[in-house]
Write a protein that binds this ligand. Sequence first.
Ligand SMILES: [Mn+2]
Length: 340
Amino acid sequence: MKISLENIADILNSEQNFTIVTHKNPDGDAIGSSLAIFNILKILGKNIRVLCSDFIPYNFRFLNNNYKGTKFENFVQIAKNFEEDDEESYIISVDLASANLLGSGLCFLKKKINLCLDHHSSNDNYAESTFVDKKAAATCEIIYKISKILNVSSSEIATCMYTGIVTDTGGFSHANVTKNTHKITSELITMGANNVLVSKKIFASKTLKEIKLKARVLDSIELVLNKRCAFCKLENRDLEELRASKENAHGFASIPREIENVLIGVFLREESKDLWKVSIRTEVGIDASKICKSFGGGGHINASGCLIGGPLKKVKHELTEKISEHIQKFLLKHNMRKNF
Ligand SMILES: [Mn+2]
């Protein structure tokens, strides 16, 4: 069932106990929107907790200064305890396109979500009430609108929302940025968002291990389909050799698309033996979520993901076949030459 922002504000005012959940492998928007709502509801005097199946990457932990409930590091533990908890709670999901993305720690909540706030075009309507704004660059843009209706603001809330927007737009560089995104961002800075701190933590706080992992990713780049598609990868072997963990392996998905003339960039990360996490980034006019959907995944129009099983060679072959169709269609539409 669809719900209006006004009705959402009414619910936040009338309910007392809340649980916020978001997707596994949380990104800046998942964390920013969870904690923005947390801070809003705290001001409204509510009981609230935030749950996530996975740990929060270390470079987002600066946001937990105001998170008095529990430490981020304990999210996984809280999720486990919560299962035995019988306390009535209104459950809100943020930035969660499908209940399957809750991850193993929270899958017991799959059918219990009361309200979903999201901006993914692939949202599959799993919640009792759903508000999806496909034009919003980040879920945090939606949370911002709710905070305006509730007339609640603080610099902590603004910093959380700013984090979600700056990460989901790749530092305001993706095609999802609208004039509204800039308008909201400007108002967030007026509200006291610490934009300098956020940019420093997100774009300039990499560990040496992360930079060395990035070197491996760069070294693996391979161009196919007449240099219109680029692949790169990170294997578990790379992590082992550099004594790095999966936590250090983030922010690589956009790399292959940075190459001139590449229309589709693919980053492959080895999840486990013969299982690859695929991140696809596309040029405007090519639907990444369609490509990923054919492999059981989804996401945004220019940034999507899926999981594909099998040896690397087979996975790359399957992806190349599918990607080739999309590139040919794009080139034809734009009267560009195709040589493959
Ligand atoms: Mn998002």
